[in-house]
Design a protein around this ligand. Structure first.
Ligand SMILES: *[C@@H]1O[C@H](CO)[C@@H](O)[C@H](O)[C@H]1NC(C)=O
Length: 454
């Protein structure tokens, strides 16, 4: 852990000091080193590594590795867009990006609930910089406002709740809290109590009806922002819920029935909403919301299978949706549009990119041997066990998912040869490497999914 922290911290002077010509080479190399340094955590899983500051266990290690792994990829993805900007702006961009990833990493690694809270909220600031300074359109300011508004509304109850827990148990150290008698006795306002406690996490995930900030933020953010948002920031919410799941055991399902119903509805509604999107990035964002709501439903049923499924889903979705944003970005960089109807027919221009699209979309749809499928299966089984009605509703989602997957493929790839965009360059090697590094872990994990089970 210390090695890694040193590596992260040393990244900042090297970004600020490295000569202009080598800025991207140096930062990319260094961030890849960092990603590889984080890999050993995967072998630490049955041996809990914790001290008073850090906690690396089955719940946090996969997400921490994901964070470290995505960092070089975000650097790789933003290169071509930023290379034309003034050098100082490039440097602040990378510094902001690394601070964002670092605070996410520290939130995952924190052994203390309050430290977790601090870094959870700290990630807001660099994200806000990314969206408002490097976003493409004027509306980025609105997106920034609503993003911070939603996050801060969630923060207050979470802080109060954390302090209450401290008052009650006298500790916020997570390994100790796991051992405490698991009773939350909030009196007769159980649902309200539970909901306000977890509001911050539910907003971050986001729960349907609290999701409005997400498509906006995704659409306005630069590519690295989108990748980090989809890849790790949303997972902070999921991690928060999983981490505090020892508090929401058995009776939670009844306490949170309304939330469960809302999330079940949300899975379906957002999947159907995907069919109505015209903007490529906002479609991908909506499909993330659908997946994240499935996690909420599953986690609230409080079974071990659901927890494992949710964990796998977070990793699988982090990699897959980040890939989709990269693909959307390759189109955006070439054509300067995200409107799907304008992008029709790109298959005829670059078939290789189209095969990447097909592959990624199939992963997102959870095609059988992939870990996405694994996770959905585990969660669906847990939901089936809990209630057949809810299972049927969730199963309907499969139809909607297939529908929007086909819609995405049809409306961006198929169609007549696009005469207005016939001067684009096929995918660069850098982009192929980027996509491969996203997909490769997903494929490797098929062989041993228990590595990321909780
Ligand atoms: C992040 O970006 C903002 C906006 O450009 C900049 O003012 C700030 O200095 C950056 N942060 C760091 C730590 O460089």
């Amino acid at each position: 852990m210390l090695t890694l922290m040193l590596a992260w911290v040393s990244l900042i002077p090297s970004i600020l000091l490295s000569p202009t010509k080598y800025l991207w080479a140096v930062t990319t190399t260094q961030s890849f080193t960092l990603a590889f340094l984080s890999i050993p955590w995967i072998f630490l899983q049955n041996f809990n590594l914790f001290n008073s500051t850090f906690l690396v266990d089955k719940t946090s290690a996969p997400l921490m590795i994901l964070t470290c792994w995505l960092f070089p990829l975000t650097i790789l993805a933003s290169q071509s867009k930023l290379i034309n900007e003034p050098i100082n702006r490039q440097r602040t961009y990378i510094v902001n990006c690394s601070i964002l990833q670092l605070s996410t990493l520290l939130a995952f690694a924190a052994a203390d609930l309050l430290t977790f809270f601090i870094f959870f909220e700290a990630s807001l600031i660099p994200t806000l910089f990314m969206i408002t300074r490097w976003g493409a359109q004027e509306r980025r300011l609105t997106a920034g406002y609503s993003f911070s508004l939603y996050t801060l509304i969630g923060a207050i109850p979470l802080l109060i709740w954390t302090l209450k827990l401290y008052e009650k148990y006298g500790t916020l150290y997570l390994p100790t809290m796991n051992l405490l008698p698991q009773t939350l006795t909030p009196g007769s306002y159980e649902l309200l109590f539970w909901a306000t406690c977890n509001l911050a996490f539910l907003i971050k995930l986001p729960l349907f009806t609290f999701h409005l900030w997400l498509p906006q933020a995704h659409v306005e953010a630069p590519i690295a922002g989108s990748m980090i948002l989809a890849g790790t920031l949303l997972k902070l919410g999921g991690y928060g819920i999983l981490r505090t799941s020892f508090l929401i055991q058995e009776p939670a399902t009844n306490k949170a029935l309304y939330i469960l119903a809302l999330a079940t509805l949300g899975i379906l509604a957002t999947a159907l909403l995907c069919l109505r999107q015209t903007d490529l990035k906002s479609l991908i964002a909506m499909s993330s919301v659908s997946h994240m709501n499935l996690i909420i439903v599953a986690v609230l049923t409080c079974s071990q299978w659901a927890f494992s499924g949710a964990m796998i889903m977070m990793i699988a979705h982090g990699l897959t949706s980040s890939t989709m944003f990269c693909l959307a970005n390759t189109l955006y960089e070439r054509t300067n549009t995200r409107t799907m109807i304008v992008l029709r027919g790109t298959l005829t221009m670059s078939p290789l990119a189209a095969s990447w699209w097909l592959f990624t979309i199939l992963l997102n749809m959870a095609l059988p041997p992939t870990i996405n499928f694994n996770s959905e299966l585990l969660m669906m089984l847990a939901i089936y066990d809990w209630s057949i009605l809810s299972f049927l509703l969730v199963a309907l989602n499969l139809i909607a998912t297939t529908a929007y997957t086909l819609y995405l493929l049809w409306s961006t790839q198929r169609g007549p040869f696009p005469k207005h965009i016939n001067t684009t360059h096929p995918l660069y090697t850098r982009e192929h490497v980027l996509l491969t590094l996203h997909i490769l872990p997903t494929l490797l994990l098929i062989l041993k999914p228990e590595l990321i089970m909780m």
